[in-house]
Structure formats: structure tokens, C-alpha cells
Design a protein around this ligand. Structure first.
Ligand code: FEO
Length: 403
């Protein structure tokens, strides 16, 4: 019977990962319309090393690819565990079962997690920053990048061929659709999925990401092999620059407008705001219905653009629940230095605008643009003029930033 095959990256380094197009929600939260890849790698040398396993449901592809390049009669000598989130560590127990002599390599925190997740305590080698593992021709070293994305996260660097196995850093959503390398793929499509992954998974840890990027620039890798998404062999600097930009909270000129509306009155207000932003000369204006659009797309767009307008109806005297969830998520991501406009509506009890004002106050260095607009039931023409003024003022503040 035919089986999946490993894909060669260099003479002796292979991709042995898999594509997941069945999981609807990554981490049970983030929609995956184009799937996701779980990348794992094999170095075939005097000693054979594997970098990471795979989510348990995708084990068969991984084992088929792995065994397609494992020389007859050979075992796996080392399993290097860069990251313990189960999308990568989920098959450790099965791999240990198949290759009982295999030594597992991880740092101090990894070792603790392997016991907590999989009750494995034996045949483990603990490594620290800068340790070198000699595989024969290939010498690999380890660098810690804590909180990108968990505390134990580390990268493995093959100093012989200058190949960086970068775990979640530089990763992205989307399955790999035939091509696995940046030069084989339409990177415009992938870059949006990389942004969506960064903003939702790694973005909260922007500051640790900056530290990781400083280390990676020192290593100067020729090829970057992340744990998700394309392998960057043609332009590795580009993906480092993108992650650098996003983790510095550097934004593009544009405004995201998000509304929560039960019967269309708040939407009426944000439609007027979006139109006035456009009339003020901003081309990138993206409008989201907070009830219908997946949080991951809203967070990605908000991460990318300088301006944000939030409009919400009042629900049971409070902020509309899906808008409250968005605000909570934005607070959790600790985005910096955005330009914000807010508006709200109510009928028999106020609530939404006050909560949006509180969100603005608690968002650190965000700039709240006036007027904040609050409407009773249905906007009057005068109310809509206030909305238009808010949109114009937001647009002008955004344009001023990019002058
Ligand atoms: Fe792809 Fe944090 O795991």
C-alpha cells in the first residue's frame, strides 16, 4: 500500500509533518477555514534526530513520512521537543512506545511538562541555552524563547546547514497546499493567515517575541522551519521582519469598524462612521459584525491597522455580549498605541457606551478620539452628523500618524 512520504528540505533534513483540514477550531477557539499544518522535521545523520511530534489525530501521516526516510534497521536516536503544546507534543507517548530507546531532549520546563502531560520521566536529556548536540555531520544547538508561545518554548538551530527550527515563532495558519516552501506558494494568501496566527496565538507575547527575534537575527539562519505554515528558504529575513513589525505594534494606515447591533440602529451609526472615514481618504476600511464574524479575523485586522471604531448596543444594561468578548480579548492581547473611536445605543437603560469608555481608559496608550456618540433607540440626523464627525476625526488622526 502506498504511504505518505517525507519532503526533502536539504540533503539530510526532511519535513515529516501533516496537514489538518478536519479541525474546525484551533485551540477550540480560532476558526480554520484553510486548515493548519503541524510541521515536524527529521535530520538523518550518524544519529537520527526528530524535531517535534504531531497532534495525536494526525499521527498516521507523521509516522508514514518518518518511516519513509528512516534507514532500514535504524531507530530514532533523539526526539527534540521545542514546544509542549499538544498540537506538537501530542504523539510523544506513541513515539516513545515505537522507539523505546529514543532519548527525549528538552529544557528544564519541558521535562516538567512531559511528566505532567504524558507521565514520561525516563530517558530524557535536559538541555540549556547554547548546549550542542552532535549528530555526526550536523551539530545542533538550542536557544530558549520563553513565552513564544509557552514558557518552555525553545528553538533548535542546525549550525552546520544554518537551518532554524523555530517552533511557533514565524508560524501561520493554513494547511500547506502542495507547496511547503515560501517560493512554492502564493505568500500573499499565507501572509494573512500568518498574521491571523500571530495576532491570536502569539500576539499577547509581543515583548518575548521581540527578544526571540533579537536572538534569531544573531543566528542568521539560511532556512527557517516553523511549527506551522510555510518553510522560509528563499526569503527568511522577510518573515522575521513581519513578526518584528507586528510584535513592535507597528501598524498600517487603515481603520477597522466593529459593530454589535440587534435591530440595525447601531449598525446605522457605524455605517455612517465607515462612510465618513472613507470620504476622509482612508482606503483600508474593514467593517465587522461582531455577532457573526469569527473573533480571529477581527483580532487580526485590528492588530494590523492603526484605527479602530467600536459601536455597541446596550443589552440587559451592559455591553452587548459579543462586543464584551471582543473587548476582553483585545485587553488580553495587550495591543499598544491604537487610535480608537466609540459609539453606543440604548433604549430604556444606558450601559454600552460607559463600558466602551472604561475599555478605552484601561487600554493604556490608546488615543480616544471625540466625540463619543451615544444614541437613544434610533439615530436622528443630528446623531448621524456626530457619527460622521467621529469618523472624520478618527480618519484624520490615523492619516496624521502616517504623514
Ligand atoms: Fe503550535 Fe503553541 O503550539
Amino acid at each position: 500500500m502506498a504511504m505518505q512520504k517525507a519532503i526533502k528540505i536539504t540533503k539530510n533534513i526532511y519535513w515529516i509533518g501533516g496537514n489538518d483540514r478536519e479541525t474546525d477550531l484551533f485551540e477550540g477557539l480560532w476558526t480554520l477555514p484553510k486548515g493548519v499544518s503541524y510541521n515536524a522535521y527529521l535530520i538523518n545523520d550518524d544519529k537520527i534526530a526528530i524535531i517535534d511530534t504531531i497532534k495525536s489525530g494526525n499521527l498516521s501521516d507523521y509516522i508514514e513520512r518518518l518511516t519513509s526516510v528512516l534507514p532500514a534497521g535504524r531507530t530514532i536516536d533523539y526526539l527534540i521537543v521545542n514546544h509542549m503544546e499538544p498540537d506538537h507534543s501530542g504523539s510523544i507517548r506513541m513515539l516513545r512506545h515505537l522507539y523505546p530507546e529514543m532519548k527525549i531532549i528538552g529544557n528544564k520546563k519541558t521535562v516538567e511538562m512531559i511528566e505532567a502531560f504524558y507521565n514520561i520521566t525516563e530517558n530524557i536529556i535536559e538541555v540549556k541555552e547554547g548546549d550542542v548536540l552532535d549528530l555526526g555531520h550536523h551539530k545542533v544547538t538550542f536557544a530558549m524563547i520563553p513565552m513564544v508561545h509557552w514558557p518552555e518554548s525553545m528553538v533548535t538551530y542546525d549550525t552546520t546547514e544554518k537551518v532554524l527550527f523555530s517552533t511557533d515563532a514565524f508560524g501561520g495558519f493554513s494547511a500547506l497546499e502542495g507547496g511547503i516552501f515560501d517560493d512554492e506558494l502564493d505568500m500573499i494568501h499565507y501572509e494573512y493567515e500568518i498574521l491571523r496566527y500571530f495576532a491570536n496565538i502569539v500576539g499577547r507575547y509581543a515583548s518575548p517575541t521581540q527578544k526571540a527575534i533579537a536572538k534569531v537575527r544573531t543566528l542568521d539562519p539560511r532556512i527557517i522551519c516553523p511549527a506551522h505554515g510555510p518553510i522560509h528558504r528563499t526569503n527568511p529575513k522577510h518573515i522575521v521582519d513581519l513578526y518584528d513589525k507586528w510584535s513592535r505594534h507597528d501598524t498600517d494606515e487603515g481603520v477597522v469598524v466593529v459593530y454589535g447591533s440587534m435591530y440595525g440602529n447601531t449598525k446605522f451609526m457605524t455605517d455612517a462612521i465607515a462612510r465618513s472615514i472613507s470620504e476622509a481618504g482612508i482606503k483600508d476600511v474593514f467593517v465587522h459584525d461582531v455577532s457573526r464574524d469569527n473573533l480571529s479575523f477581527m483580532v487580526a485586522d485590528i492588530w494590523r491597522y492603526k484605527g479602530l471604531v467600536l459601536g455597541s448596543c446596550t443589552y440587559n444594561t451592559e455591553l452587548y455580549p459579543p462586543m464584551a468578548a471582543l473587548c476582553r480579548s483585545l485587553s488580553n492581547k495587550m495591543m499598544k498605541n491604537r487610535i480608537l473611536g466609540i459609539c453606543g445605543s440604548y433604549s430604556w437603560s444606558k450601559g454600552a457606551l460607559a463600558e466602551l469608555q472604561l475599555f478605552a481608559e484601561q487600554s493604556g496608550d490608546w488615543t480616544l478620539i471625540q466625540p463619543s456618540v451615544e444614541v437613544k433607540s434610533c439615530p436622528t440626523e443630528e446623531d448621524l452628523d456626530q457619527c460622521r464627525l467621529l469618523g472624520k476625526n478618527v480618519a484624520e488622526a490615523v492619516k496624521k500618524h502616517f504623514k
